[in-house]
Design a protein around this ligand. Sequence first.
Ligand SMILES: [Ca+2]
Ligand SMILES: [Ca+2]
Length: 197
Amino acid sequence: MRGFCTLSVLALVAATGSAQVIYSSDFEGDNGGWSGDNDWEWGSPVGFAGSNSSLEPIGGHSGNNAWGTVIGGDHSPSTVSSLTQTFDVTGYTGLSMTFWEWSDSGGNTFDMAAVLVNGNQEYLSNGNSNDAWREVVLDLSAYDGATSLDVNFQFSTTSVVERTGWYLDDVQLSGVPTPGAAALLGLGGLAAARRRR
Ligand SMILES: [Ca+2]
Ligand SMILES: [Ca+2]
């Protein structure tokens, strides 16, 4: 009976576990492990005054560094730029991602700033954060049970209007360890304790 109670407590703790950080980067010491093609650059934005009264930030949301679609310049016309990374999320549920964006691409009329997860569009920026950093929180619990997440910050432009573009900082991926995995860990510890008696 004592063992049953111990197991019940272990299961309850596991089922109500809190989210843990799977990945986090402020892009200060390094680029956070992302691969960026075409316009994506890691560096320190300088407050460039772009076309159509657009502005880039000065520095990052945190510190000096961020990712941006051309640091110190307007984005390119007619270009698809992808910033990608794959995360192992085995053993997690309740997945979520937060990041900070500075978006000046002009309201999605021509240029699109989207987050793709495993090929699905999970976010579309409205293209205008009013010259300020804005926090974005994405509920990715639809991917519970997936073993990996392919995340792509994809910026697609036309030839019509160029602005400073899309800047990203402080990206974090979180999830709750699954009850099954946590309970098994607890059971292992309990069995070891019994053997020691
Ligand atoms: Ca930063
Ligand atoms: Ca730019």
